[in-house]
Design a binder for this molecule. Structure first.
Ligand SMILES: [Zn+2]
Ligand SMILES: [Zn+2]
Length: 416
């Protein structure tokens, strides 16, 4: 009995200490100005390598294949990076970890995150050897664990269990700086995407690094709706043998008015954010051109469409068309020269191609309709928004404040 009372007392003490901590936490922390964050989706051909810098800190997500290790190294050195806070190797496929031994050998790395999927091949053994040589113990981060990168935060979303294939075992993470967020899912397929949804974590993101190089087996419907991105970046190689990105994925992005950036067309894509707006170093793609299947003659013709698209200053929803039928309208031009990570130059000063908030007119006051609600996702839109809900829709004549007080959040696309 005495023991129980003591336990209860301890509990009360623990709770009050916790409460004390919460109450005394600096409330102004959120209001501090976020550091500038840059996300470099490096052109490594077919594969992934993304460098994130924020307030003097750096994270590299994947390294391209073994032919790209040195190019990624050079790119990082050009950015004056000597130390990585994090090296995230999403999963052990060669197009993601092949370049890792070079990076591990050349840079000082604080944390290496690996998937829980182990492979029994040379590429994987080389990775393990290079980690051993530097006496680095890699870690598989837990779902919902959080890390910081300058003012940015990293929330781990996957893998929450083991899978039969390496792609589904990809580390997925949400990167947030100020009010802007980026989602990375490696090559996770539909099953893994469902598991990410099941965590109940917020995965909505301004920028979606399209899963599995734009494969149709990723970016499944419910998952995409939850991400609800404004921008999407596809990292893939021109004329790759998988036919990435697939038409199905491009159509989904196009139908939802997402602005798409592609490393196979534009070379290295750099997104910069101060936590409020986001700008890109290149204009959004307008080709909607799907990858070609293996050995297709169309592969080299693709290059004609490279990096010549006009800037998408305003957002328009184009009708969904089969992406394969799209041909570049001006294919007589010579292809732009290949941008390799080593030669790519950040152009953030000169080319803020895209502003976060397209200007839209005020909601028309017809029939007292002010906003359109999605009762399921709890978002509200201007009646002129391109992404009005087709199901779970409710029209409202309430004021903005009243709608927000009912628990609705403004749509990130129309910014009501
Ligand atoms: Zn891959
Ligand atoms: Zn893969």
């Amino acid at each position: 009995m005495k023991k129980l009372t003591q336990k209860a007392l301890h509990l009360v003490l623990a709770v009050s200490v916790l409460l004390g901590c919460v109450l005394s936490a600096p409330i102004a922390a959120e209001a501090a100005n976020p550091d500038q964050m840059e996300v470099h989706f490096m052109d490594v051909g077919q594969g992934d390598a993304t460098l994130v810098t924020c307030g003097g800190h750096a994270m590299l997500i994947d390294t391209g294949d073994d032919t790209k290790g040195t190019a990624v190294q050079n790119y990082l050195q050009k950015q004056k990076i000597t130390k990585l806070d994090y090296l995230v190797l999403t999963h052990p496929d060669a197009d993601h970890i092949g370049g890792a031994p070079v990076i591990i050998t050349k840079f000082d790395i604080s944390n290496v995150f690996v998937s829980n999927f182990e492979k029994d091949n040379k590429t994987y053994q080389k990775l393990i050897q290079s980690l051993d040589d530097k006496r680095i113990k890699p870690l598989t981060p837990k779902v919902n664990s959080k890390y910081t990168l300058g003012t940015a935060s990293i929330t781990i979303l996957a893998p929450g269990k083991s899978y039969d294939n390496p792609n589904d075992a990809s580390i997925a993470l949400l990167l947030q700086n100020g009010n802007r967020s980026f989602l990375f899912t490696g090559d996770a397929g539909e099953d893994a995407e469902k598991d990410i949804l099941k965590t109940g974590l917020d995965i909505s993101a301004d920028v979606y690094k399209v899963g599995h190089h734009g494969s149709k087996y990723s970016t499944s419907g419910a998952f995409f709706e939850a991400v609800d991105p404004f921008y999407a970046v596809i990292s893939c190689g021109e004329g790759n043998s998988y036919g990435h990105p697939h038409a199905e994925t491009l159509n989904r992005l196009r139908k939802n008015g997402v602005m798409v950036y592609r490393t196979d067309e534009a070379g290295t894509v750099i997104a910069s954010t101060d936590g409020k707006s986001i700008s890109f170093n290149v204009p959004a793609s307008e080709t909607w051109k799907a990858g070609e299947p293996t050995g297709s003659a169309g592969a080299s013709a693709n290059s004609a469409a490279k990096a010549k698209t006009a800037s998408g200053q305003t957002r328009t929803t184009a009708p969904a068309a089969p992406a394969q039928s799209e041909t570049p309208s001006d294919s007589g031009q010579p292809a732009a020269s290949e941008q390799t990570p080593a030669s790519a130059q950040p152009q953030k000063e000169t080319a803020p191609a895209v502003e976060e908030k397209p200007q839209e007119s005020a909601p028309p006051a017809t029939n007292g309709l002010t906003y359109v609600l999605n009762v399921k996702t709890k978002k509200f839109h201007r009646p002129t928004c391109n992404s009005l809900p087709t199901t779970n829709r409710q029209d409202s004549s309430d004021s903005r404040d009243s709608i927000i007080s009912q628990g609705y959040a403004p749509c990130k696309k129309c910014n009501p």
